[in-house]
Design a binder for this molecule. Structure first.
Ligand SMILES: Nc1ncnc2c1ncn2[C@@H]1O[C@H](COP(=O)(O)OP(=O)(O)OP(=O)(O)O)[C@@H](O)[C@H]1O
Ligand SMILES: [Mg+2]
Length: 248
């Protein structure tokens, strides 16, 4: 696939695949294209070249007899419901309560009954340690609490693919561990495919099956986390990891 912003090509000839249930961590310097990749998969950015397939189906563009044509909107929408994303800045709907944030998409996108959506929401709030915050407004919550709501909101859609973009980077250090533990539990207890962008290398090492090192929109190196974190082959990966691990 290819992604240009104007004349700036940020992803060029990028080609990789992620297996069902696989958890892949994307690392690399600022500006290397990690967020752009997640946003393309979430269809928040327009893909300017190539294709993305989910479960073998084209997500936004397809090849029809050698022509690159947009996928019909209805089909795009159906595939998109199988993908969830959690952002660095939570992105909760500030005008809705916690409960409303969580049940909105299950009701309006998946067509669940309010009753079913609510009962699932309460159990998710329990799971993320916020059983008493259903009626709170997001802005009355701490950052860590807001992020736990955002995780519950993503899980409420039962996603097959979960995209996590630096979900602990905006949090106070003392609550980072709680949020990571919730995600570890999700990783352990479900078969959800995860694409993770994080600077939490311990977490990345524990939960991911594969680590991909990006630089300038390309994959410099990829491998098992034990290999990447202990004996990276490329100088660029070594430099990057010593900078990241050195500061923490
Ligand atoms: N909306 C946009 N308009 C123009 N350029 C953009 C836009 N979003 C990203 N870019 C550019 O695309 C490149 C990749 O950005 P991206 O946000 O994907 O990097 P990143 O690896 O997530 O970096 P960071 O670690 O700082 O979050 C950068 O050069 C950035 O300036
Ligand atoms: Mg980013």
């Amino acid at each position: 696939m290819e992604k240009r912003f104007g004349t700036n090509t940020v992803l060029k000839d990028l080609n990789f695949s992620v297996a069902r249930g696989e958890r892949v961590t994307l690392i690399g310097p600022s500006g290397s294209g990690k967020t752009t990749i997640l946003r393309l998969v979430m269809t928040l950015e327009e893909l300017t070249g190539g294709y993305i397939y989910v479960d073998g189906q084209p997500l936004t563009y397809e090849d029809r007899a050698g022509r690159r044509v947009p996928v019909p909107k209805k089909q795009q929408k159906a595939l998109r419901t199988r993908i969830g994303m959690v952002f660095q800045q939570f992105n909760l709907f500030p005008n809705m309560t916690v409960l409303e944030n969580i049940i909105e998409a299950p009701i309006h996108v998946l067509g669940q009954s309010r009753k079913d959506a609510m009962s699932k929401a309460y159990s998710l709030l329990e799971q993320v340690g916020l059983p008493d915050k259903a009626d709170a407004h997001p802005l009355s919550l701490s950052g860590g609490q807001q992020q736990r709501v955002a995780i519950a909101r993503a899980l409420a859609m039962d996603p097959e693919i979960l995209l996590l973009d630096e979900v602990t980077s905006a949090l106070d250090p003392e609550v980072v561990g709680d949020v990571l533990n919730i995600l570890r539990d999700v990783a352990d207890s479900t078969n959800v495919t995860m694409l993770i962008v994080t600077h939490e290398m311990g977490f990345a090492r524990d939960v991911s099956h594969k680590v991909m090192m990006f630089d300038g929109g390309r994959v410099v190196e990829e491998g098992h986390p034990d290999q990447i974190f202990t004996s990276p082959t490329h100088a660029r990966t070594q430099q990057f990891l010593s900078a990241v691990l050195g500061e923490s």
